[in-house]
Design a protein around this ligand. Structure first.
Ligand SMILES: CC(C)(COP(=O)(O)OP(=O)(O)OC[C@H]1O[C@@H](n2cnc3c(N)ncnc32)[C@H](O)[C@@H]1OP(=O)(O)O)[C@@H](O)C(=O)NCCC(=O)NCCS
Length: 176
């Protein structure tokens, strides 16, 4: 069966159905000599939290196609309790944009500080790595509708960037 003939084989899902949450205590092994969480380790947590939402929406295996727009807003320290929340902003044909927002929770006074945000694109695949169509998503409130529209704009920017890089590689190959 081709991707086209499988299109629409699953009913649409709400954003809420993909919403996921992950918590991590930052340990010394995850930090630099100043005791700050390594950016790469945070990206690893973001990838995992994002994949959870993509799995839930697509009900399939997924691979990370790209990660963009990561804003590291404040440092995270050893001993901090990290909270990562993710959900699918928009589903396309075989890909989904997932938003991940990260907080540090102060468990003494019960407050949360926003420390980072990221957008990732995941592609649904079967056990053999073949791409699979994903269900469409139903944004239910104003915030979800805004994210849905923004995800469409970001997809166009990503596509343009992929094309630009492809052309650059072709030009470089011509010059060899
Ligand atoms: C991501 C991957 C499946 C895309 O496959 P491809 O053969 O390039 O397929 P296409 O160009 O037809 O794109 C397939 C989908 O991925 C999306 N896509 C491809 N490259 C993308 C990128 N850089 N950013 C965002 N989306 C991307 C396309 O828009 C398309 O989405 P759609 O089906 O919803 O329209 C492929 O490049 C891959 O397997 N990459 C490695 C993934 C991996 O190992 N991740 C872990 C990294 S360590």
């Amino acid at each position: 069966m081709t991707i086209e003939t499988m299109e629409g084989h699953q009913s649409p899902r709400t954003v809420a159905e993909s919403q996921s949450e992950m918590a991590e205590v930052v340990l010394p092994n995850d930090a630099n000599p100043l005791g700050n969480l390594l950016g790469g380790k945070l990206m690893h947590f973001i990838d995992l939290a994002g994949a959870m939402a993509a799995h839930r929406h697509s009900r399939s295996y997924v691979v990370t196609a790209s990660m963009d727009h990561i804003d590291f807003l404040a440092p995270v320290h050893v001993g901090d309790l990290l909270i990562l929340k993710s959900s699918v902003n928009r589903a396309f044909h075989t890909s989904m944009e997932v938003g991940v927002k990260i907080w540090v929770e102060n468990y003494i006074n019960g407050t949360r500080r926003h420390v980072a945000s990221a957008y990732l694109t995941f592609v649904a695949v079967d056990q053999l790595g073949r791409r699979l169509p994903v269900p469409t998503i139903i944004p239910e409130n104003e915030e979800e509708k805004q994210r849905y529209d923004d995800a469409g704009r970001r997809r166009e920017l990503r596509k343009a960037e992929v094309e630009r890089k492809k052309e650059g590689r072709l030009k470089a190959a011509d010059q060899i």
